[in-house]
Design a protein around this ligand. Structure first.
Ligand code: SF4
Length: 433
């Protein structure tokens, strides 16, 4: 069978979707490529992102590059899937008719049929890994019911749908059998897992079951919604050694005016209480969060309140995004984008500068500690490693001198942290286990 190139843009949820599709393609004999630079495949599938302006632009540029290659006779068939075509298929069909067909992000039947890929639910747990073989994402649900004022995801991905627990266990076992040691759980909101299928939230139960899978050493949690955070999940995180002392929990803002305007279902007091509870129960916890500044109606006082919150909480990991209006969202339809772009950017810069100082201080506090790390890759004179406090592709890394000792990718080592920079650490191996 011919070669097919599946190009994935956007978030880790898209990565998992593409890996499921690639497994079905490999099962019928396609040779799989997953590379946005190489075009020696006669069939190309682009899994797009349609979340915000920049991401949409990147997807359109990738489609146009592929159309150029098709017009030059380098590609025979070109398909577009994912969030951008879920949202704009009709417009795209009119504006870029050279694409053989457009398919959405919610159902895969169309693209599977178009490519003659392997059908059937029994294939739901198969993955063709594109991440380094020692870690993999596990998407436990799709869609979201929260409807935050600025967010287009519920419009694209629909309502929250959990993947059955048995399927996730089987998928995780197969990943472990492929050598995966770190499972990164992803969703739009992890905490809602199970409510639709089992009538109650079941993330804690799922975590306990995944912890029992042999070969899995680390389980990491990404994308938790702060409102009514399940107590039992805190308990499992505090007691199960395989669960990384790490939680990605986007707060977006902290002033009650802004939280209300963003339709976030929690207050400042509830957010502060949750952080205190998490840190009290899981002392060594690394909190990752994202903040959204420049949302309609954000005053300088709101922003100052956010800066005070960040100063007090001292998040280990923090990203900041300027608000951009997304059509079809509550804020686009009901609110005025009244914060000037230069003020939005100035607030992003001020908050990131504050966070950089905090990150540097927290990193200096890690010097002298011994941490268990996994080796991700070799880069020049260093092995690039991570501890349980660092998520791949988004967080900082630990650099270990490659001349000192030969290390192996995907293996764990005890490393003493010897030096720190604002966003990276240096260490030396003291034992391999
Ligand atoms: S919880 Fe996240 S995915 Fe869901 S609507 Fe809010 S921002 Fe969007």
């Amino acid at each position: 069978m011919e070669k097919i190139n599946v190009i994935t843009l956007g978030c880790s949820k898209n990565t998992v979707d593409s890996e499921h599709l690639m497994a079905r393609l490999a099962a019928v004999g396609y040779t799989i490529q997953a590379d946005s630079d190489r075009t020696d495949a006669k069939t190309v599938v682009i899994n797009t992102c349609g979340f915000i302006g920049d991401a949409k632009q990147e997807s359109i540029e990738m489609i146009l590059r592929a159309v150029e290659a098709k017009n030059a006779g380098k590609i025979d068939r070109l398909f577009v899937i994912g969030c951008l075509s879920e949202r704009y298929a009709d417009e795209l069909r009119k504006e870029i008719p050279e694409v053989d067909d457009y398919f959405g992000a919610r159902t895969w039947d169309g693209i599977i049929a178009a490519l003659g890929a392997k059908e059937g639910a029994e294939f739901n747990t198969e993955r063709f890994l594109t991440t380094p073989s020692h870690y993999a994402y596990l998407k436990i649900s799709e869609g979201c019911n929260w409807m935050c004022g600025y967010c287009a995801i519920p419009l694209i991905r629909g309502r929250h749908i959990s993947v059955p627990m048995e399927e996730l266990e089987e998928e995780a076992r197969k990943l472990a059998a492929k050598g995966v040691k770190e499972l990164i759980l992803i969703a739009q909101d992890l905490t809602e897992y199970g409510r639709d299928l089992y009538g109650k939230r079941m993330l804690a139960e799922l975590l306990r079951r995944l912890c029992r899978i042999e070969g899995i050493a680390w389980i990491r949690l990404h994308y938790a919604y702060p409102a009514a955070f399940p107590e039992e999940v805190i308990e499992v995180m505090a007691t199960e050694p395989k669960i990384c002392k790490y939680l990605d929990i986007p707060f977006q803002h902290i002033s009650d005016n802004q939280l209300k305007a963003m339709l976030r279902r929690h207050t400042k007091a509830e957010a502060v209480a949750l952080i205190e509870k998490l840190r009290a129960r899981i002392p060594d916890l690394t909190l990752r969060t994202t903040m959204l500044v420049g949302y309609p109606g954000e005053t300088e006082a709101d922003f100052e309140e956010l800066c005070d919150f960040v100063r007090e909480v001292r998040f280990e990991r923090l990203g900041v995004f300027p608000y951009s209006e997304e059509e079809g969202t509550h804020s686009a339809e009901k609110l005025t984008d009244d914060v000037p772009e230069e003020i939005k950017q100035e607030r992003v810069d001020r908050l990131m500068a504050l966070q950089q100082r905090i990150a540097a201080e927290l990193n200096r506090e890690r010097v002298g500690r011994t941490e268990r790390v996994v080796v991700d890759r070799r880069e020049g004179d260093y092995y690039i490693c991570r501890s349980q406090y660092d998520s791949p592709e988004v967080d900082q890394e630990i650099l270990v001198d490659a001349a000192a000792k030969r290390l192996f990718k995907g293996r764990f080592y005890e490393v003493k942290i010897t030096d720190a920079e604002d966003y990276d650490l240096y260490g030396e191996v003291i034992s391999s286990k």
